[in-house]
Ligand binder design. Structure first.
Ligand code: ADE
Length: 233
């Protein structure tokens, strides 16, 4: 699962250049006994299997290079992953992600080993692996030099709490659909203002929750009032 994602695209390039390192470990390598069992039946009786504490503790103890490196369990109970969290994790020398599996993880891992739990959304995945892939992808974009144009990371949706403004490329007219005239004006200040207005409009229409959380500048307040007036007309 990890190989197919990390063997292409900007992550592959970043790995080749040594801008970041991703190490995937198999919990089975840290399990004891003849069968290298990583899970077992829950005490008290219940359905399914629970991930044993021993392989998880042993794995973390072995791979942790820095005592302060945070250890996150990927689970639907965790704090919701977002762009701000991605930017924060990108600053750290090492982050350890544990992919939860089966029906659950022994509570001693949660109480005594991990720094916290991270969820990528309100749905239950069969395992934490796809969540780990999502997190590595989003975090690596904040690692310096991974993305060709560093400014683009900071202009992306969510970075400043707004959705992206619309983008256009050639041709200027396609099946009668025209590119907005302002983009050919050469007036960068006006283009910037138009883009901010469009980003605000999109966010207001599609993700009003993001606007509620964000402090608007004076110019943005003005633009939003304009949008609301125009939409009423
Ligand atoms: N494991 C199972 N579901 C998950 C989710 N929504 N986020 C992160 N890890 C998970």
């Amino acid at each position: 699962m990890f190989e197919c994602v990390f063997s292409g695209g900007i992550i592959r390039k970043a790995l080749d250049k040594g801008l970041l390192e991703v190490n995937v470990h198999n919990l089975r390598d840290f399990a004891s006994g003849k069968h290298k069992q990583v899970d077992d039946r829950p005490f008290g009786g219940w359905e399914g299997m629970v991930l044993k504490p021993e392989p998880v503790f042993k794995a973390v103890e072995k791979i942790r290079q820095d005592e302060k490196a945070p250890v996150y369990l990927l689970s639907p109970q965790g704090e919701r992953f977002d762009s701000r969290m991605a930017g924060g994790l990108a600053q750290l020398p090492q982050v350890i992600l544990i992919c939860g599996r089966y029906e659950g993880v022994d509570e001693r891992v949660i109480e005594h080993l991990i720094t916290g739990e991270i969820s990528i959304g309100d749905y239950v995945l069969a395992g934490g692996e796809p969540a780990a892939v999502v997190i590595v992808d989003a975090v690596s974009r904040f690692v310096p030099q991974v993305v060709g144009k560093p400014e683009s990371v900071f202009h992306d949706s969510f970075f400043d709490g707004l959705l992206d403004f619309p983008q256009y490329t050639r041709p200027r007219e396609f099946r009668g659909m025209k590119v907005p005239q302002i983009l050919f004006s050469g007036d960068h200040k006006q283009i910037e203002r138009w883009r901010r207005k469009k980003a605000l409009e999109k966010t207001w229409l599609l993700r009003p929750d993001l606007l509620a959380e964000r402090k608007l500048s004076l110019e943005e307040k003005e633009l939003l009032e304009q949008i609301q007036k125009e939409r009423k007309e």
